[in-house]
Structures are given as C-alpha cells and as structure tokens.
Design a protein around this ligand. Structure first.
Ligand code: ZN
Length: 412
C-alpha cells in the first residue's frame, strides 16, 4: 500500500540523546540500542471506523520514537500494517450492508489523511493483510510442517491453530498468568471456547472459508489469515528478528503481541522477535473509557471538520504521558489551542532568549521514556520569558520553531 505523504523533519543543532523506553517484557525503562538503521513495527488499524483519539495518541507516541532516532542520526526502517481483512471489518460491513473492500479502502484513506494532518512521519513500508496473504500462507505451511501448528478436530472447518507452547517462552512479553491470559483472550478477539483446540489459548492461524465470508485459495485450502500471524510475517519479512521496537496500544500487549512474538519466534527458530515491546495508554472521554460500544469515540477527522487545528490536537494529546490512561476533555483541547497560539506568537518575535538550553531540556525529557508533559513545560517556560521580556538573540525564535517541529512534530 502507499503510505501517506512524507513530512519534512528539520535538523536540530547540538547533541542528540540516546533513547530510553519502558519495555513491557522487562517491566522497566531501559536503553534502546538501535544500530545504524533503527527498526520499528507498529500495529496498524483495522479500517472499519475512522481514526479516534486513542489511535492518534498511539501513533503520535511512536512518531516521537521515530523523531528521536532521526535526531540521533539513525536511518529508520518503520513498518506498519493495515488489517484490511478480519472479523470486525466484516461485522461492520454486514451491519451497514456495505462491501467490506469499499469500507476498508475508505477508512484507510481517511486514516492516511488524519496521519498527514497530524504530521506523523510515514512508515517506510505500509503493508495490508490482503496483499500479504501469499507470505502468510507460506508461513502457516512452515508452522504446520514444524509441528508448531495443527488443524483442529473439526471435519467441516479444519482451521489451523498455533500451539501456544511451541517456543517454550510463551508469556514472556506480557508477563500475565494463565488465568489473566484466558480472560483477556476472550475479551480481545480470541476464541478460548473453540471446539477441537488442544488448549484454549492456542491462536488461529488460518480460518477455512465459511459461507458468506471472503476467502483466498491456498495450499492450506481456501481461507483467510489470523490477525496475530499477519503482523509476525509482515514484520519478520521486512525487519528480520530482533528489531528494536514493537509498538501498539496497551490492549495489544496480550494476546496480540504475545502471539505475534511467539509465531515469529517459532518461524525463525530465534529469539527475541523485538528487543523492546512498547505500549501506549488508552484515551478516555471525560473520565470514561472511549469505546465503540459506548458510542463516545472522538474522531480526528470530526475535529478537523470542525476546523480544529491538528497541531492543537497534537499538543493536547502530548500533554500527558504516553503510557498513562488519560482522558480527552474540552479543557484539554482548549489548553492545546491556547498553547499553540502562544508558541506561535513567541516564534514570530524578532529576538528571544537563547534556544540552546531549551533544546537541551527538550531532548533530555523526550529521550527519557518520552516525557512529553515536561518537554512541553520546557518550551512553555521559554515562551513565557520570550513574550514578557522581549529581546535577546535574533536566531532564537527560528531555532525553537525548528526544534519543536523536529522533536515534537508540532509545526508553528
Ligand atoms: Zn499487530
């Protein structure tokens, strides 16, 4: 698939800071030790609905990772998928009596526009599940051949499942006990009660064709791929094993990332899939969890339609730690809008206090597990001083404008 348009990222003078991030598997903040080319995979959308603020917050967090790597002089190989075939997409298309292909294309196009408006640096490879079916099919064949996968005991639909115990390391990514895993699996698209499985946790790799569902011809029999394997294969075939960061929302820590890792590790006979597993918190609305069932989703495209400046949305979402569950409120947007106006006023001045110490602080805060709250305060302090004191260095406003653009992705 075509990713969205590229975003220019200015070079910032001075010394970049190496990135430290919280790793869910290790349970602590630790250095990200990327090579010359930093490698990241972030799970993409299932395009049955528009981008809501929870999605946006997740992609903004990993955009900061991308930007810090660029600041450190890395080339970045960033891969993101689009789950353009899966149950939620088909359920929505059926509900609305719409062609699932049309629905997926429309929502993917809207997502691209939202990402562009929010100035998210695009992935190097933007890959759909449907276009990856040949490589997924081949991987299912390998897993069956190695004994990591099996067909369920069901004559009508002999679907292929993954033995969760195949690598002997299952659970290392999320660190949940089995009871929690079973509970989360049932909540998040798993099928612990599927008859014929060897173990309730085992995950679907290939679903044999059902009446009324799309399917693809394959040596496994006509069918369609399971969600976790899609990400394993897309990542493995482009980034290889041991890439630097696997990212997504905290609801992907289990089962999705646990299984993506286990599938890939079984395929490659190697460990680990990713060296950091990073998860962004959930965004609520006025103190309640934002969810489809509650009907309280706030869409980026709706805000854009209401003429909200995407840079104000970006600032509002960055005004909270990426790992914490937090709430979107009218006040948060008002604060983001006011902050954007003040920052723009300050960088339009002819002279201002020196930019250097602010840029240092910005780098210190962001490289410390993306402490955006304190990074924004560092810029605020400079803006306050610039607006009340007036005068200073002629190059400072432009230097701050570039640093805020490059490191925070906010265009002033
Ligand atoms: Zn994924």
């Amino acid at each position: 698939m075509q990713p969205w348009s590229s975003v220019p990222v200015p070079k910032v003078p001075g010394t970049a800071r190496p990135l430290r991030l919280f790793d869910t598997a290790a349970g602590e903040v630790r250095p990200v030790t990327a090579g010359r080319t930093a490698r990241m995979y972030v799970c993409g959308i299932t395009p049955y609905d528009a981008t809501h603020l929870g999605h946006a917050a997740t992609y903004l967090a990993f955009d900061l990772v991308h930007r810090i790597w660029l600041d450190n002089g890395h080339d970045v190989h960033y891969v993101q998928n689009v789950t353009d075939i899966d149950d939620p997409l088909l359920e929505r298309a059926n509900r609305d009596n719409e062609d699932w292909v049309v629905l997926a294309m429309r929502e993917t196009a809207l997502f691209r526009e939202d990402m562009e408006a929010l100035r998210v640096v695009p992935p190097t490879d933007y890959i759909g599940a449907v276009e990856s079916i040949p490589e997924i099919e081949e991987s299912v064949g390998k897993l069956l051949a190695s004994g990591a996968a099996y067909r369920v005991d069901d004559d009508e639909y002999p679907d292929v499942y993954f033995r969760h115990s195949a690598t002997g390391r299952f659970g290392y990514e999320s660190n949940y006990d089995e009871a929690t895993m079973l509970e989360l699996s049932a909540e998040r698209g798993g099928d612990p009660d599927r008859k014929g499985k060897e173990h309730p946790l085992d995950a679907l790799l290939w679903r044999m064709a059902r009446d009324g569902e799309p399917s693809w011809e394959s040596e496994l029999g006509p069918g369609r791929p399971g969600w976790h394997l899609e990400c394993s294969v897309i990542a493995l075939n482009r980034l290889g094993m041991g890439f630097d960061v696997q990212g997504g929302g905290s609801d992907l820590a289990f089962p999705h990332h646990e299984f993506s890792a286990a599938h890939a590790e079984a395929l490659a006979g190697d460990h680990p899939f990713a060296r950091h597993y990073c998860h962004a918190g959930m965004i609520g609305l006025d103190g309640e969890k934002m969810s489809k069932s509650k009907g309280n989703l706030v869409f980026v495209s709706r805000l854009r339609g209401d003429r909200v400046d995407p840079m104000a949305i970006r600032l509002a979402l960055l005004d909270g730690h990426y790992r914490s569950d937090r709430s979107w409120t009218a006040d948060a947007l008002t604060k983001g809008t006011a902050r954007l106006a003040r920052w723009r006023e300050a960088v339009a001045l002819e002279a201002a206090p020196s930019a250097e110490p602010v840029v240092e602080r910005l780098r210190d805060r962001l490289s410390d597990d993306l402490d955006t709250e304190r990074a924004l305060l560092a810029v605020d302090a400079w803006v306050d001083e610039a607006l009340c004191r007036r005068g200073g260095e002629a190059g400072a406003p432009a230097a701050i404008r570039d640093a805020v653009d490059a490191l925070l992705g906010v265009q002033l």
